[in-house]
Design a protein around this ligand. Sequence first.
Ligand SMILES: [Ca+2]
Ligand SMILES: [Ca+2]
Length: 175
Amino acid sequence: MLMSGFTVQSADAERFAHPNDAVATGPLAGTTEPDFNGDGFADLAAGGGPHPTLDATSGALHVLYGSATGLGHLGSQRFLSEDFGSTQEASFSFPLATGHFDGDRYTDLAVGSHAATVGSVREAGSVRILYGSSQGLTRQRSQLWSQATPGVAGSPEWEDSFGIALAVGNFGRGA
Ligand SMILES: [Ca+2]
Ligand SMILES: [Ca+2]
């Protein structure tokens, strides 16, 4: 099953263009459309896989890159939770949200796994962050967030489903 990768992106994100977006020189200059490889063409992230499920390795993330002729398979990617050495991110890629988490010109992607096992707690949920680069989304620097992450309130509990809803905004920058 394929679904849009951007159904949970906050509408507010459209109003918070990052200053570095202006670095882009292609058709997206000055916009907040997802551009994982910074080439100026919008890109698409699509989640797929069984849902709902308790399969610890279910879910796949497909990424297609835009070009002057539209979306194409050139440079397309597929990510599985196993690619990150994880066997606990069940429902990998449900849901997805884009943002500019590190302030560079490359859009980043939050990959939810709402049914993820955290430690020994099933369906506690986690969110993996993939950072954009000139080569597109990359496994390098990826981060895994859950209620077991220091600084995140609470603790993982059965069916907490941390990350089942994602919204990106410029929450800490003030006006
Ligand atoms: Ca692009
Ligand atoms: Ca980025």
